[in-house]
Design a protein around this ligand. Structure first.
Ligand code: SF4
Length: 248
């Protein structure tokens, strides 16, 4: 482990030197996107580290440590960003801490500007029940946007096998909302390939994965799913909401 840092999202603004322009970043995506589509995950991460240096980070939801493990092998000390919404299960926070202590990464814990209590005071309690889109905007979308301001490119653990909504996730794509390069080294990995890597490499996995939670988010908006159900059907169950907005 190298370090663990908790940072309110807004405080990271302007903390790094300026990177490439949006035009330059788009050009990189155009030039190499298709070329890396079938490359192994390690090669994709190697390319991103070589291209963007310290302006590249990995994000992790701490459902498992596959992507963090791959990144730490390729680039020891790499920034791994965790979005700490204030509504995580204790198991997720425990997994984050274990990952930070066992892998050679620089864990960056991004928090929303407001604590849960401050949000309750301004918007009323249980905003996630009354207006989950606003709650996600305040506790996920905006903090991550602010937290990624210091980077030109970010890696996600998105996999096309997870849900039909993610079918189009390219390995190297353009994130128009954030004006950054979005890298998904695991986009083409099947569930079986993930399981194999976890077994062979002894990867840390959030214990909730073995307790009926194949997709883990904030506790108020995540429920257990039955065997054979869509893994993401436990997220915002009973509503039309399927994504928090980070990947839209
Ligand atoms: S997942 Fe639920 S609790 Fe978490 S930020 Fe979104 S609405 Fe709020």
């Amino acid at each position: 482990m190298t370090a663990a840092t908790t940072i309110a999202a807004s405080s990271r603004r302007g903390s790094h030197t300026l990177g490439r322009t949006s035009e330059e970043l788009r050009e990189i995506v155009t030039n190499v996107g298709a070329e890396l589509e079938l490359a192994p995950a390690e090669i994709i991460i190697e390319w991103a580290v070589a291209t963007f240096g310290t302006r590249f980070c990995v994000t992790s939801s701490m459902s498992d440590a596959v992507l963090s493990h791959l990144a730490a092998k390729v680039a020891p000390g790499i920034d791994v960003v965790f979005l700490d919404t204030g509504y995580h299960f204790a198991e997720t926070i425990g997994t984050r801490d274990a990952v930070a202590h066992t892998l050679d990464i620089n864990l960056i814990n991004i928090t929303p500007v407001q604590s849960v209590d401050e949000q309750d005071e301004q918007y009323g309690p249980k905003l996630y029940e009354r207006n989950p889109d606003l709650c996600c905007k305040l506790r996920k979308v905006q903090p991550l946007t602010d937290g990624l301001a210091a980077y030109d490119a970010w890696a996600t653990g998105l996999r096309r096998a997870e849900t039909h909504n993610r079918v189009i996730a390219p390995v190297v794509g353009w994130d128009d909302k954030k004006q950054k390069v979005k890298v998904s080294p695991l986009a083409g990995w099947s569930d079986g390939e993930i399981d194999k890597y976890i077994q062979e490499q002894g990867i840390l996995v959030n214990p909730l994965q073995y307790d009926g939670y194949p997709s883990i988010g904030c506790w108020p908006c995540t429920r257990r799913v039955a065997p054979g159900e869509d893994p993401r059907s436990g997220r915002w169950a009973g509503s039309n909401k399927t994504e928090c907005g980070i990947h839209q």
